[in-house]
Design a protein around this ligand. Structure first.
Ligand SMILES: [Cu+2]
Length: 116
C-alpha cells in the first residue's frame, strides 16, 4: 500500500518538476551590472506569471532602502519596482514570489551604481 501511494505521488509530482515554476529570466539592472545613472525602476521578467510577495533592497553603505508596495501581489510576467533616488552604492535585492502554479520562488541579485 505504501509503495502504491509512493508510486502515485511520484507520477503526480514528476511531470510538474519537469515543467518547473516561473523562474526569473532577466532583470534590469541585471545581476552584477554596474550602471552610471541611478535607475528609476528595477524591472523583472519571469518565465511565467508570478506575484511578488516580498522585495527588499539594501545598499552596502545606505542600509535598508524603504520602498512602496505598489509592485506587490500583481500577477504578471513582468514587474517594475519603482525606486527612490538612489545614491552611488553597491545594492542587494532579495525577492520572493508566487508562481502562477502556487509554488514559491525566490532569489536575489546585486547591482552597483557608480559615483558620478
Ligand atoms: Cu511549480
Amino acid at each position: 500500500m505504501t509503495r502504491l501511494i509512493l508510486a502515485m505521488f511520484l507520477s503526480l509530482s514528476l511531470p510538474h518538476l519537469a515543467a518547473a515554476h516561473s523562474p526569473l529570466l532577466s532583470s534590469s539592472p541585471a545581476d552584477g551590472e554596474a550602471v552610471a545613472a541611478a535607475p528609476d525602476a528595477l524591472k523583472m521578467r519571469f518565465k511565467g506569471r508570478a506575484r511578488l510577495v516580498r522585495f527588499t533592497l539594501s545598499g552596502e553603505a545606505a542600509g535598508d532602502i524603504a520602498l512602496g508596495r505598489d509592485h506587490l501581489v500583481i500577477e504578471s510576467q513582468t514587474h517594475s519596482i519603482t525606486l527612490p533616488d538612489l545614491a552611488a552604492d553597491d545594492y542587494q535585492v532579495r525577492w520572493r514570489a508566487m508562481s502562477a502554479d502556487g509554488h514559491v520562488i525566490k532569489g536575489g541579485l546585486s547591482f552597483t551604481i557608480h559615483a558620478k
